[in-house]
Write a protein that binds this ligand. Structure first.
Ligand code: PLP
Length: 385
């Protein structure tokens, strides 16, 4: 049986050495031996976040870190501005509501990025906004939000800056300290290419000043406990972590260090460009505005006359390539090609070729090879390949 190629925006393909690390014997999670692994993993996490502040790993998926970010900074009724241009922006708003906050929604048309000026205007009109949340890479639409520009604005306000980099950290530019980000969260299963089930968070001094004055809205995700136990000697987590996943995370993050963060990001950007060029050459239309398109996932409009079931079904069943569908109102209207994690040019070229074969087989009048040529040409022309 041929191996399935996962071209979805997470979970992504995990390297054999990472899978192997997971099979190591379980150890006492409150031992010096485990503390060494925990500290090393958290230190690499902080390096990838590009922050001087500590990072904490949480056993739980990316949403756990989103909830830790919001649930620890809001007292009942506190105002929070949520930028919502897709499913994950919406999730931050729902978490804000669930943890007792009073969310203010900045609606952004799906497929476009937020205009930082709109955030500035809302902050000027609402001096009591305690925090702003934004999703860097809106996985549901394939849009990258301008988190650096927003950070430049937010440094002039008291509001905390909370950023979701679940589907961008390790695949696109994220410099937590340089961008003035107070709380940044991510997940294991996307660009970091570790198995699903682990999240990470980093917190600035300004954010700790707020957190220390709030009654956490969560028991398991009370971030103060992660800090307290992390400072123990030997370092610990407050509750039993997934020991095996921690082994995997350490190995996956070591691979990022070996590749070099900058090279890894260039590899992602190139894969994104090759994908966009390939898709357009086939005659398909991108969903996201191209100047704000994602480095890690490309959303493509479903061509007229084909169902999602036939298109993605053929890709999966006949050609062994798994693509993602649209979410919410985009279900059936777009499909998404994830190009994050350990993606190489081979994966992109194979996907383009299978996409062409699929569409041709479904009766579309396309010329085979155009998408492949455009993707290949992008790689050939690049200085980073
Ligand atoms: N934020 C973004 C941008 C995501 O893409 C995802 C998952 O797809 C999440 C948050 C939620 O992560 P998880 O599914 O790991 O809880």
């Amino acid at each position: 049986m041929e191996e399935t190629l996962l071209m979805i925006p997470g979970p992504t393909k995990v390297a054999p050495r990472v899978l192997k690390a997971m099979s190591d014997a379980i150890m006492n999670h409150r031992s010096a031996e485990f503390a060494e692994i925990l500290v090393e993993t958290n230190e690499m996490m902080a390096e990838i976040f590009q922050t001087e502040n500590p990072a904490y790993t949480i056993t739980g998926s990316g949403t756990a870190a989103m909830e830790a970010a919001v649930g620890n900074i809001l007292n009942k009724g506190d105002k929070i501005l949520n930028v919502v241009g897709g499913k994950f922006g919406e999730r931050f708003l729902q978490i804000a509501r669930a943890t007792g906050g009073s969310p203010l929604e900045l609606k952004v048309e799906w497929g476009t990025a937020v205009n930082p000026k709109d955030i500035e205007n809302i902050l000027d009109d609402n001096k009591d906004i305690k925090a702003v949340t934004i999703v860097h890479n809106e996985t549901s639409t394939g849009v990258t939000n301008p988190i650096e520009e927003v950070g430049n604005i937010l440094k002039n306000y008291d509001a905390l800056y909370v950023v979701d980099t679940v589907s961008s950290l390790g695949g696109d530019d994220v410099a937590v300290d340089d961008y003035n980000i107070d709380i940044c969260v991510t997940g294991s299963q996307k660009c970091l290419a570790a198995p699903p089930g682990m999240a990470a968070i980093t917190v600035s001094d300004d954010a700790w000043n707020v957190i220390d004055k709030v009654d956490s809205n969560s028991y398991y995700l009370d971030i103060r406990k992660y800090k307290k136990y992390g400072n123990n000697k030997p370092a610990e987590t407050p509750y039993t972590p997934s020991v095996s996943l921690m082994y995997a995370m350490r190995e996956a993050l070591s691979m990022i260090m070996e590749e070099g963060l900058e090279s890894r990001i260039e590899r992602h950007k190139l894969a994104a460009e090759a994908t966009r060029n390939g898709v357009k050459a086939i005659g398909l239309e991108l969903f996201a505005q191209e100047d704000v398109s994602s480095a890690t996932v490309t959303a493509v409009k479903m061509p007229e006359g084909v169902s999602d079931k036939d298109m993605r079904g053929t890709m999966r069943d006949k050609y062994g390539i798994v693509l993602a569908g649209g979410q919410d109102h985009l279900k059936g209207n777009v499909f998404r090609i994830g190009h994050m994690g350990n993606i190489t040019y081979k994966d992109i070229i194979t996907t383009m070729s299978a996409l062409e074969m699929t569409l041709k087989g479904l009766g579309f009048n396309i010329e085979l090879g155009k998408g492949v040529a455009a993707a290949a040409g992008t790689y050939i022309a690049s200085d980073h390949f």
